[in-house]
Design a protein around this ligand. Structure first.
Ligand SMILES: Cc1cc2nc3c(=O)[nH]c(=O)nc-3n(C[C@H](O)[C@H](O)[C@H](O)COP(=O)(O)OP(=O)(O)OC[C@H]3O[C@@H](n4cnc5c(N)ncnc54)[C@H](O)[C@@H]3O)c2cc1C
Ligand SMILES: Cc1cc2nc3c(=O)[nH]c(=O)nc-3n(C[C@H](O)[C@H](O)[C@H](O)COP(=O)(O)O)c2cc1C
Length: 785
């Protein structure tokens, strides 16, 4: 085969040497516009796992790379005069020049033709090629030329950064955060050879402009950075090697590149994207070079696997790599956003700030950190527990963050797990009876700090279905009291009431008879902020509420609030999410009013706030109230995460103690991006920007998730829904799974505790043995690290 790689970066060189090694008969050229030893950049980082991949792909170059690596385990986070160090992270740094030289030498030894100082203007210059690799980097000319096929999406991010070097030798991967009158700057620094470290300085675009860096010459900008970060540089200078770039041009805004397709046919040969030309992942997760060489490994492997079927190999390459890249890009997006919004986190205590940074990508979890550095995690767990007022006895294990108490007003939950409200559609005439006694009672016995009753309706026409529970008469109040009394008498869990009105989503069948479909008969009239048909052409139309309707519904909510207090509930939640009545006022998708209840967000919040304020007055002052919101509509033109922060601020000002951060279900046009803990970023933003306690919910399914979220300060409580349907004792089970043995079980169930713990311990040991992996390797594999 005649192969031409356009671009002599890690992707092109590594692919060339792998193909030549696979079959010396191939003619392979790597065409590079720069001179052989002329490259821009300092050091790059690999994880230990990438090294293993290199070793398996080409042992000679891997051993040279290994010899040139500077290995380190520590990450140091510096903020406000604190330095917090954690270990066990396993990174390697190598100079980009050194890496390229090793690959160039290996290419030459194998007979790859290296052509330097040739700026390729078109792939058509290589009409004799059977395969052209477009590995011409971030600003790929070939990607632009064939954009109609590749369909690239380039998202230019918020921060400016500059890639500098220094002779100060950092003994840990160092993050440093410094405040200026214009905002926060951060440095990412790591040593990559015997004399040099990379030193990246980064700040949001607006801070960069306000500091005047947009108009500074290069030397002046470097002097600015040297002064700002002087305390970390040990008297050394910062150096730029981007001599070809002038002034502010060396400060880049990171472009996140995603391509829909990676293969184009130019009529003579396939032109295949590889490395940065195909995708980018923010430098804060150090994966750019890793992805480039792993692309090369995969394509060489695919071609070797199906000799004679190049098209098939290319299709397999694209399919395999696109998935892996997406996984890394998801983690990179979380990491990028964290660094773009450092100002959101700087007011966390330094200990928590560091933990939040370490777990920012949501790929490194609490248990994964424990495997890296047990002492760090245990010290941190003690710190979290102390802040929650728990001091452990010397012989006791540290208390995981999930099992620390949480207090709002006069109510203390024994831990951070909440059974999320879940409609059961199992009432007659709105009456909570035996079904709810068993359903909520058993979950209250399962170890959670609090169970939340499903959405309960303050009037018959507020129901979603005829089988929803109500609180519009004293019989229902007494039905609830029986359940609350059981929970209080037999468990140490708290119990919350969730009050809500279905609005335009009411008068439907129970889900198992047709979710969201209108009742076949006896429908009741629907009301909402504006006339609405939830399912186009299917649902009944609602009508816009009049002021009289608003007064009536407000009175209903207040009466139900009083009865909730009389029933003995510990906590009250107002349902303002998921497209129901109050949510229909908040979202611009469902509120088209032109009066003072429509238009601006302030106007749209007016009625939900009126209802909340009236309930707050009726609800005992010592008991907390939360508000569940849809923090994102997942529809263009709907509520965004920015709006959600404002919504949270407004409810906080009205007396809400906690914001319960759900999302979506407002419009059928929604396109949510699901994934584990996918709504937690909304909680993180609201908690840390609006400065109000939050509940995170959505695809939180393991103790490890809860611990990571609570420890990082992304939420104060975690609501778990579906896992609690599968297992009422989810919390007790999860404690056993993470080996936390100090949790009290209901006295009647104690016989099961030790047996469960022993069986789980055996399962863990057997799994580890059969996989032949260390615990850290297993955890890394599970998390895709
Ligand atoms: C600040 C910063 C920090 C980074 N830190 C890390 C890190 O810690 N770890 C990590 O793994 N990665 C890191 N990277 C990313 C890493 O440098 C790239 O992801 C990686 O080099 C991609 O390899 P590549 O071969 O695809 O592209 P490149 O390395 O960009 O190579 C492309 C090559 O093509 C050549 N070229 C372009 N156009 C033409 C043309 N028309 N004709 C001929 N030649 C052409 C270029 O000169 C270049 O040599 C960092 C990047 C930046 C900007
Ligand atoms: C069967 C079922 C019923 C639900 N009913 C309610 C409800 O009454 N009120 C509410 O706010 N959310 C309700 N939800 C949403 C859940 O509380 C939760 O936000 C969602 O299921 C995501 O959490 P999970 O991933 O842990 O399941 C319901 C979810 C399910 C699965």
């Amino acid at each position: 085969m005649n192969i031409v790689c356009i671009g002599g970066g890690p992707a092109g060189l590594y692919f060339a040497l792998l193909m030549k090694q696979q079959d010396p008969a191939h003619r392979i050229r790597v065409v590079e516009r720069n001179r052989p030893y002329d490259t821009f950049g300092w050091g790059v980082v690999f994880s230990d796992q990438t090294l293993g991949n290199l070793q398996a792909a080409d042992a000679p170059s891997a051993s040279e790379i290994l010899d040139a690596f500077n290995h380190w385990d520590d990450i140091a986070v510096n903020i406000r005069g604190h330095r917090i160090v954690s270990s066990g992270h396993g990174f390697c740094g190598i100079g980009r020049k050194r890496l390229l030289n090793i690959l160039q030498k290996r290419c030459e030894a194998l007979g790859v033709e290296l052509v330097f100082e040739t700026d390729v203007t078109s792939d058509e210059q290589y009409a004799d090629a059977d395969l052209i690799i477009a590995c011409d980097g971030l600003n790929s000319r070939l990607r632009s030329k064939y954009a109609a096929t590749y369909r690239p999406d380039v998202d230019t991010r918020r921060c400016r950064f500059v890639w500098l070097g220094t002779h100060h030798l950092f003994d840990a991967f160092t993050f440093a955060f410094e405040e200026t009158p214009w905002g926060w700057f951060q440095a990412h620094a790591y040593r990559f050879d015997d004399t040099t470290s990379t030193f990246i300085v980064e700040t949001p675009e607006e801070v960069w402009c306000a500091a005047g860096l947009d108009t500074m010459e290069k030397d002046e900008a470097i002097a600015f950075c040297e002064k700002l970060f002087a305390r970390y540089l040990g008297g050394h200078k910062l150096m730029s090697n981007a001599s070809h770039l002038r002034g502010s041009a060396q400060w880049i805004r990171f472009p996140r590149v995603v391509c829909e397709r990676w293969v184009h046919d130019n009529g003579r040969a396939p032109v295949v994207l590889m490395g940065d030309a195909a995708h980018t992942a923010h430098f804060s997760i150090g994966s750019g070079t890793k992805l480039a060489v792993e692309d090369a490994i995969e394509l060489a492997r695919a071609i070797g696997r199906t000799p004679g079927d190049l098209r098939g190999a290319l299709a397999a390459y694209e399919a395999t790599r696109a998935i892996e890249v997406l996984r890394i890009q998801n983690a990179a997006r979380n990491s990028t956003e964290w660094f773009e919004h450092v100002d959101r986190y700087v007011n966390l205590p330094p200990e928590q700030f560091a933990y939040s940074l370490l777990t920012r990508s949501q790929r490194i979890s609490h248990e994964n950190l424990r495997l890296r550095d047990r002492a760090y995690v245990e010290t941190y767990e003690d710190w979290i527990a102390n802040r929650a007022g728990v001091a452990r006895a010397p012989a006791q294990a540290p208390v995981p963050p999930m099992f620390t108490p949480f207090t709002a007003r006069d109510v203390t939950l024994k831990n951070r797990v909440v059974v999320s409200p879940m409609a059961q559609y199992s009432c007659i005439d709105g009456m909570p009876a035996d079904y709810h006694l068993v359903h909520l009672g058993s979950r209250a016995m399962g170890g959670a700090g609090m169970v939340v009753a499903e959405m309960t309706c303050p009037s018959p026409d507020a129901r979603i279905t005829p089988a929803c529970p109500g609180l519009w008469n004293v019989a229902q109040r007494d039905g609830w009291k029986r359940i609350v009394d059981f929970v209080h008498e037999h468990t140490d869990a708290k119990i919350a009431m969730q009050l809500g009105h279905a609005g335009a989503k009411g008068s439907t069948r129970v889900p198992w008879e047709g979710e969201d479909l209108p009742l076949p008969a006896d429908n009741w009239p629907l009301i909402s902020a504006s006339p609405l048909q939830y399912l186009d052409g299917v649902s009944d139309w609602s009508r816009a509420m009049t002021r009289d309707d608003m007064d009536r519904v407000l009175d209903d909510f207040v009466r139900a609030t009083r009865w909730s207090a009389e029933a003995g509930f510990d906590w009250l939640e107002l349902h303002c999410a998921h497209g129901y009545l109050l949510s229909s006022f908040i979202s611009p998708l469902t509120n088209l009013r032109t009066d003072e209840y429509g238009g601006s967000l302030g106007n749209r919040l007016r009625y939900p706030l009126e209802v909340f304020a009236a309930m707050r007055v009726a609800w005992p002052s010592g008991l907390p109230m939360s508000v569940r919101i849809s923090a994102h509509d997942w529809v263009e033109g709907g509520i965004t995460a920015d709006d959600a922060v404002e919504i949270a601020r407004a409810f906080k000002a009205a007396g809400a103690d906690v914001i319960d951060c759900s999302s979506g279900q407002v419009s059928k046009k929604q396109k949510p991006v699901y994934g584990r803990m996918y709504q937690t970023p909304f909680s993180d933003r609201i908690r840390n920007e609006a400065d109000v306690p939050t509940i995170a919910v959505g695809a939180i399914s393991e103790a490890d998730h809860v611990n990571s979220i609570i420890a990082a300060g992304r939420a104060d409580l975690c609501a778990i829904a579906r896992p609690h349907l599968a297992n009422p004792a989810w919390t007790l089970t999860e404690a056993a799974k993470i080996g936390y043995l100090d949790l009290a079980w209901p006295k009647q169930y104690r016989a099961a505790k030790m047996q469960l713990e022993r069986n789980l311990e055996r399962e863990r040991a057997a799994a580890a043995q059969s996989a032949g992996l260390s615990p850290l390797e297993q955890a890394n594999r599970a998390m895709g690290v």
